[in-house]
Design a protein around this ligand. Structure first.
Ligand code: ZN
Ligand code: ZN
Length: 369
């Protein structure tokens, strides 16, 4: 029995804060619906596959670096992003209530991956929702991704618990003919145990990691986080999957075009705050505040206008866990992205491969009473 007896950590407090912050940061939302539509036109949207369904084929490669031809639009968008990046207004978030008693187990895990989110960019952007969440989170700002700090290899490690040698996804574009990840993922583990799973992503190539048949739903509702999070939030309220993965492309996209740590990228990261709030609100609406664990992380960081993995700024990622069972504090022990997979399965009481390279971040959790 791998189930946990985790002490309660209600999410209500963070949810309330998130809901209020949602209205506070709407004015900073980026991009606007028309800007989003322009980006969706270039990147495609709406591909959805359900377990056992046909694999979507014929999609063009979708990679952040492929959008160079859209540079003129991008300049206009990022100007708007900077203008919209308002300063957080201190004191607008409500005082947070104390944690009520009880011992529910973790019944849902939501993993949010912000593509290309450097920990210091997150801290400098200081969106009100994430700022508040971190007060109630177990977090590390010195977690690392694998050596090959690219979207596909890194997400494969995050969602399987294995590094590249084992998972086999050595490339970084959507190549339908090349097949899928070589090791089981957390979605396989959930589905085989009779649980439910879903993935909402902004990049089609992630289907190499989340293969047809391995997950209940694979959907690319849009490219940027607003469309993705709204679809993912609706799905959670409706279906309450045990495991839900949500992918935001925004920080990486702006990083490639305007530079990591640029004002434009920080503005875009502030814009993702509302998308995180969408997920928190959804869990609240579903009535699952007390038994849902959130993990927010990234596939890689970056520097200049790229991420090669050769310097630490490319490999450093945030790792922020909040919700059910969490003991809020700054985590000192090292965390690798493969630990995300291990932690998700461990928290849900699901079996994980003995050879998995990742380990549960047990330090993040309260010990059972
Ligand atoms: Zn990436
Ligand atoms: Zn990238």
């Amino acid at each position: 029995m791998l189930g946990l007896r985790l002490a309660v950590r209600t999410q209500t407090l963070v949810t309330l804060a998130g809901a209020l912050a949602l209205s506070a940061c709407r004015e900073a939302a980026w991009p606007t619906p028309s800007q989003q539509a322009a980006l969706e036109d270039r990147h495609g949207a709406g591909v959805t596959a359900t377990s056992g369904g046909p694999a979507p084929g014929g999609q063009p490669p979708v990679d952040a670096g492929s959008a160079a031809s859209a540079a003129p639009d991008r300049a206009a968008l990022t100007t708007i992003a900077v203008r919209n990046a308002i300063e957080p207004k201190a004191g607008r978030l409500p005082p947070l209530p104390s944690t009520p008693p009880g011992t529910p187990r973790v019944r849902h895990v939501i993993i949010i991956s912000e593509d290309g989110l450097r920990p210091d960019a997150l801290m400098r952007a200081r969106g009100p929702v994430l700022t508040d969440v971190m007060k109630h989170a177990a977090y590390s700002l010195t977690a690392t991704t694998i050596r090959h700090a690219s979207t596909l290899p890194s997400h494969a490690a995050m969602l399987s618990g294995f590094d590249e040698d084992a998972h086999g996804l050595t490339w970084n574009t959507w190549r339908p003919g090349r097949g899928f990840i070589l090791v089981p993922t957390i979605f396989d583990a959930a589905e085989r145990a009779g649980e439910t799973s879903a993935a909402f992503v902004g990049k089609q190539k992630l289907e190499h990691v989340i293969a047809p048949g391995s997950v209940g739903v694979f959907s690319k509702p849009g490219f940027l986080c607003h469309a993705v999070s709204e679809a993912a939030a609706r799905y959670f309220v409706e279906k309450k999957p045990t495991l839900e993965f949500v992918h935001f492309a925004d920080p990486d996209e702006i990083g490639h075009h305007q530079g990591w740590m640029s004002d434009e990228q920080l503005g875009a990261i502030r814009g993702t705050d509302q998308c995180v709030a969408n997920m928190i609100e959804a869990v609240h609406r579903a009535g699952d505040d007390g038994d849902t664990l959130f993990i927010l992380s990234a596939d890689h960081g970056g520097h200049g206008k790229n991420h090669t993995g050769r310097i630490k700024e490319d490999r450093l990622i945030p790792w922020i866990a909040w919700g059910a069972g969490i003991r809020p504090h700054k985590i000192e022990s090292p965390i690798n992205t493969t630990d995300t997979a291990a932690t998700a399965l461990w928290a849900l009481g699901l079996p994980r491969p003995l050879s998995m390279e990742g380990h549960p971040v047990e330090e993040a959790f309260r010990h059972p009473d």
